[in-house]
Design a binder for this molecule. Structure first.
Ligand code: NAD
Length: 356
């Protein structure tokens, strides 16, 4: 692959590789942009089919983190770490510490947290080698489970969608179909049930469905989830679920869910726009997790501060909708413009020599 071409097109700053034959570590860290602050992003451990796939993932995901932090008004840039290998068989204390030492060599240009294939236990090992790690357990002085704030942010984002479409931000009586009843959906459901929304959920496993039934939530098969008539469709499981196959089947007025990269292509965002379905850009509505860890970065973690910052997702969504209307663009496009403008504006700051 033409890496420098990619740098030119997407504006990446740095791509770093590490290998440690003693522990089996093969890792890549991509730093997309540090205009707003140190590059922050999770570390994913995955058995990539090729090194090119791993590089592509690191580049793509680090760029997405820049956009997410920029729109959420955080003092953070975008980065991502990937470790090549199967987390179920290759992971060890030594491997994670070796990765932590690698993160440390960047001197704070990259701050990492969990992602697919890594856990807070791994962060504790990484922490033994570097202080540039966020999202540690509450008992270790960190910000704890991110899904609590992600669930709150999702709820606030849905309320902003309701205000836009129905003129009131109340979700009382709204029919909300949720795909995937994992950690985030569970936390979101608490807020929605308190407001007397009508939830319907699907999952591929019995455990989460059992939990939903205990909470008094209706459970449906995942097969025809896209065909259900509802007010809000909420993808909370997988990426790429909004595509040319599924969009024509949707019978909702709003799509608002936690899953990353919901749109299979950019064109799918425009297709939702043309069909009059309000799409809540995923990286804005699911920013509660990165907002939570950013509070740990600012100072000693304060849950009230995290909650207050997460609730701002409501206003940020309002800005996106206003922009989408005034410029007649899809909401996904409006979100990208807001992110790019914030980075460009901070980049334009006059540089002054400051002694010390
Ligand atoms: P999770 O693994 O706890 O939950 C996902 C759920 O989806 C699981 O219960 C799984 O069984 C179910 N699922 C998988 N495939 C499905 C399918 N085809 N149909 C129905 N259900 C299916 O994950 P989570 O932490 O709740 O995150 C949910 C989504 O939100 C993920 O895409 C994640 O990347 C994204 N996200 C999470 C956070 C966070 O703070 N946890 C932050 C930002 C984005």
């Amino acid at each position: 692959m033409e890496i420098f071409e990619h740098f030119k097109d997407y504006g990446h700053e740095q791509l770093v590789f590490a290998s440690d034959s003693g522990t089996g570590l093969k890792a890549i860290i991509a730093i997309h942009d540090t205009t707003l602050g140190p590059a922050a992003g999770g570390t994913r451990m995955w058995p990539y089919e090729s090194e090119a796939d791993a590089i592509r993932d690191a580049l793509r995901l680090s760029r997405a983190m820049s956009y997410k932090s920029a729109v959420a008004d955080l003092p953070l840039g975008g980065g991502k770490g990937v470790i090549i290998g199967d987390s179920r068989t290759l992971k060890s204390e030594a491997l994670m510490r070796s990765y932590g030492a690698f993160v440390d060599t960047l001197g704070g240009r990259f701050l990492t947290t969990t992602d697919v294939g890594t856990t807070t236990r791994d962060l504790e090992y990484i922490r033994l080698e570097t202080k540039h790690v966020l999202g540690l357990p509450l008992t270790a002085g960190g910000s704890g489970d991110t899904s609590v704030m992600t669930g709150l942010g999702l709820y606030m984002g849905m309320k902003a969608c309701a205000r836009e479409v129905w003129g009131s931000d109340s979700l009382m009586g709204k029919n909300i179909v949720v795909q995937g009843f994992g950690k985030v959906a569970f936390n979101m459901a608490h807020h929605l049930l308190k407001e007397n929304a009508q939830l319907v959920v699907s999952d591929i496993y019995e455990g989460p469905l059992e939990l939903a039934r205990e909470m008094g939530i209706e459970v449906v098969s995942q097969e025809n989830i896209y065909d259900l008539e509802c007010d809000i469709f909420s993808p909370c499981a997988l990426g790429g679920v909004l595509n040319s196959d599924t969009i024509p089947r949707l019978k909702c007025q709003v799509v608002a869910g936690a899953a990353n990269n919901q749109l299979e292509t950019e064109e799918d965002g425009w297709e939702l726009h043309r069909r009059g379905i309000l799409y809540a850009p995923d990286y804005i509505i699911n920013a509660g997790g990165i907002i939570n860890v950013s509070v740990e970065y600012e100072a000693a973690y304060n849950p009230d501060r995290a909650r207050e910052k997460t609730e701002r997702i409501y206003d940020i969504m309002g800005q996106v909708f206003a922009r989408s209307k005034s410029e007649e663009v899809a909401t996904a496009c409006a979100a990208d413009r807001l992110a790019e403008e914030r980075v460009a504006s901070v980049r334009s700051m006059k540089k002054m020599f400051r002694p010390g």
